[in-house]
Ligand binder design. Structure first.
Ligand SMILES: [Fe+2]
Length: 183
């Protein structure tokens, strides 16, 4: 039987019921991202960058995130655990710590196709796709990703501000326009 979206949701829901949900989700994503063709079939092809919500509830959010080539998302926090499972391309994650002036850099991690990255509740990260192809991943969060209040930071000044989804959407729109005009 071919993998369908409902299978992905069911596996994440089952993982969230386990004693260590984030690690159980990691294990589920390890299996899922090992079969890129099955995920492409279940979730459809990526033609533009963007966020697609597959499931959104108080205890669990599942997104398919496609980063447009050349795009970078400014630093932000989630205030809930997150697990990222790459199944196409590569995400370059940079990490930060809060500091008196705003933020200070705290390392980074390149997440490649087939990799799964677990982020704790207090992680602050930015994400960039420096490659020539889309970076495509399942992003699973231990809460309601769209409702929780949290911060983001200006990518140049590190000034803290409230999370703003309209700003994120504009970032995708601008990156997609640039990408199409290049093509
Ligand atoms: Fe994030």
């Amino acid at each position: 039987m071919a993998l369908v979206v409902e299978d992905i949701i069911a596996r994440c829901k089952a993982a969230v019921g386990e004693h260590t949900p984030a690690l159980a989700v990691r294990d589920a994503l390890d299996e899922l991202v090992a079969d890129q063709a099955a995920l492409d079939h279940a979730l459809g092809p990526v033609e533009l960058g963007g966020i697609t919500a597959l499931h959104n509830a108080a205890d669990l959010t599942i997104l398919r995130v496609a980063w447009t080539p050349g795009m970078a998302l400014y630093p932000h926090e989630h205030r809930m655990w997150a697990v990222i499972g790459m199944y196409g391309g590569q995400e370059d994650n940079a990490f930060y710590r809060r500091s008196p002036g705003g933020l200070e850099p705290a390392g980074g991690k390149e997440v490649r196709q087939g990799d799964v990255l677990v982020l704790g509740d207090d992680v602050i990260h930015s994400v960039a796709n420096t490659r020539r192809n889309f970076a495509v991943a399942l992003h699973v969060y231990g809460g309601d990703f769209f409702s929780v209040e949290r911060s983001e930071w200006d990518i140049d000044t590190y000034e803290e501000r409230p999370r703003d989804f309209a700003r994120t959407q504009r970032l995708f729109d601008d990156a997609n326009t640039r990408w199409r005009n290049q093509g």
